[in-house]
Design a protein around this ligand. Structure first.
Ligand SMILES: Cc1ncc(C[n+]2csc(CCOP(=O)(O)OP(=O)(O)O)c2C)c(N)n1
Length: 528
């Protein structure tokens, strides 16, 4: 969108502001794996700054690539959605021990309400687990500013720093002051085996080093002004909040004192000083009751998700004030914009989607059990296709199907997309072949990561910013993984033959792969 408001101000989405923050901070690369609501950060940068943005095949590879950039002394931003951090958690945990060189910032976008995710986990707990700081902006301006602060903090502490966004920050537009772009750091390689090689003889010392940084983190947070108290004399009611919900409070409950937390680990002194003298205290936060649990240590008056009836699940909209209205004598100005409840609009498979055609053939072949995966094809679980029996997380389809086959169940199919196969299906295929599973693996190759907006994959021959690159062959990869057969067909053509192929492979011993190949129907329209 990018609307110019005046010479220095632009209307930017949170994601655009995050990307701009990385550029202003002098980042040399932004690398990530697509996932709503984080995807547009790289999508936007790849259009505006050639060579700066890159798609990795999964989040673990993205973060490890970022570590490599950091080891050259340069600054790097790594982006992913919340569940992506589970995939990248292995490098992150030890990266915190080893420390970083050039600034390394990890943008993780949470999806409260799970509008496009398999769960609604809260990244704040993972930053605590990794013992690294997390900054939490509340709008696009802060998103840009906090990214820049995070780079400075990363270089001060030699630690990766997480910036947490949520859907309504990543996708909302607010004005942002555009500033100068800092020069990139020079490339400087420092070798220091004792702090760069995670072997047992180094671990305890590196862990001690990480622990010794904790007091510095708290000191920085205390002086950073990222936690703000807005309290007028005599105010008796207050709200502790963070992120986007801060703006709902400003709009509807400005007569409450506010403590806005912007940096983690939480400086608990600011909570005790805020709640002093308050008679009624609410905690309103997106995600799990993280701030609420800390606050409950200091006061029994705290109300929120644990007591106060604010739901534990789902995204918080301004409607959250209904719960407070029912529990307070204070005036809340919340007026619902309309009494009409809009009908739900669950995602559906597009008309002409090649996945739908594949499912017609698969259903005709009558598999015993279909282990699905995550992508547009997951929508085949809904009636009338009702084509899937399970879906867990990216890459799980092949391993789950194999697990069933090891118990003697025949006729099991794993269904996954091309990007999901490259993300975490390859290792599962190798394991299934190695352990002599009897399964059919159906890879639905539609020439893109369709679900997240048609990002290119290594099978397309194009990079994030449209440069030509080596085009990998899905057939050759599957053969190299040891599949007993690899058959490619178009889901639109020779449907009876497709059913026959699926049926025959379903009843064969070994691991067989069918590739149902046809470009995403929307991609075809885009190309036109
Ligand atoms: C760990 C993780 N990372 C990212 C995502 C976001 N995501 C959902 S589906 C998907 C990939 C879909 O691509 P593909 O497998 O090619 O299927 P398509 O949508 O093109 O049919 C991604 C990246 C996720 N759900 N989980």
């Amino acid at each position: 969108m990018n609307m110019q408001l005046n010479n220095t101000k632009e209307l930017l989405s949170g994601n655009e502001a995050i990307g701009r923050g990385a550029i202003e901070a002098g980042a040399s690369l932004v690398v990530g794996y697509p996932g709503t609501p984080s995807t547009e950060i790289i999508g936007d940068l790849s259009k505006k700054y050639k060579g700066k943005a890159m798609w990795a095949v999964n989040e673990k590879v993205a973060l490890e690539t970022a570590m490599g950039v950091s080891y050259t002394g340069r600054r790097v931003l790594c982006t992913m959605k919340h569940v992506g951090l589970n995939v990248a958690l292995d490098p992150l945990m030890t990266m915190a021990y080893l420390g970083t060189k050039g600034g390394l910032v990890l943008l993780v976008a949470d999806d409260p309400g799970a509008y496009s995710s398999q769960n609604e986990q809260d990244t704040r707990y993972l930053s605590q687990f990794a013992k690294i700081p997390l900054l939490e902006p509340s709008d696009s301006q802060e998103a840009k500013d906090f990214i820049i602060k995070a780079f400075d903090l990363s270089e001060m502490l030699n630690l990766p720093i997480i910036v947490r966004s949520v859907t309504r920050i990543s996708h909302s537009y607010t004005p942002v002051e555009i500033k100068e772009i800092r020069d990139e750091n020079p490339v400087k390689i420092v070798k220091d085996p004792s702090s760069m090689i995670a072997v047992p003889s180094n671990v305890i010392r590196c862990h001690k080093n990480l622990n010794s940084k904790q007091s510095k983190i708290i000191e920085w947070i205390k002086e950073s002004n990222l936690n703000i108290i807005q309290k007028k004399r005599g105010q008796k009611k207050g709200i502790i909040t963070s992120g986007i919900t801060y703006h709902f409070i400003k709009e509807f409950a400005d007569n409450y004192a506010i403590l806005k937390i912007g940096a983690y680990p939480v400086n608990e002194e600011i909570i005790t000083s805020f709640i002093k003298g308050l008679h009624e205290i609410w905690v309103i936060e997106e995600g799990y009751p993280y701030l609420e649990d800390i606050s409950l240590k200091y006061s029994k008056k705290i109300k929120g998700k644990r007591s106060g009836n604010i739901p534990m699940e789902g995204e918080l909209g301004p409607e959250v004030f209904r719960y407070i209205e029912n529990n307070t004598e204070e005036d809340i100005q919340f007026k619902p914009p309309s009494d009409i409840t809009l009908p739900g609009r669950p995602p559906v498979m597009c008309q002409g989607c090649p996945h739908r055609e594949f499912y017609y053939s698969l259903n005709s072949a009558k598999p015993t059990f279909v282990a699905g995966d995550i992508g547009c094809y997951t929508l085949g679980a809904a009636p009338p296709l009702s084509a899937l029996d399970t879906c867990l997380c990216m890459g799980a389809s092949i391993s789950k199907a194999a697990g069933m086959s090891y118990q003697g169940v025949n006729g099991v199919v794993a269904v996954l997309g091309d990007s999901t196969f490259l993300h975490s299906g390859i290792t599962a295929l190798i394991s299934a072949v190695y352990n002599k599973a009897n399964i059919l693996v159906a890879i639905l190759d539609n020439d893109a990561v369709a679900m997240t907006g048609h990002q290119p994959t290594p099978l397309t021959g194009f990079t994030a910013d449209g440069e030509e690159t080596k085009k990998l062959s899905l057939e050759e990869i599957c053969k190299a993984c040891g599949a007993d057969s690899v058959t490619t067909f178009s889901p639109y053509q020779d449907k009876e033959k497709n059913v026959e192929v699926i049926r025959e492979k379903l009843n064969s011993q070994g691991v067989h792969v069918v590739i149902s190949h046809a470009p995403c129907i929307l991609l075809k329209q885009k190309k036109k």
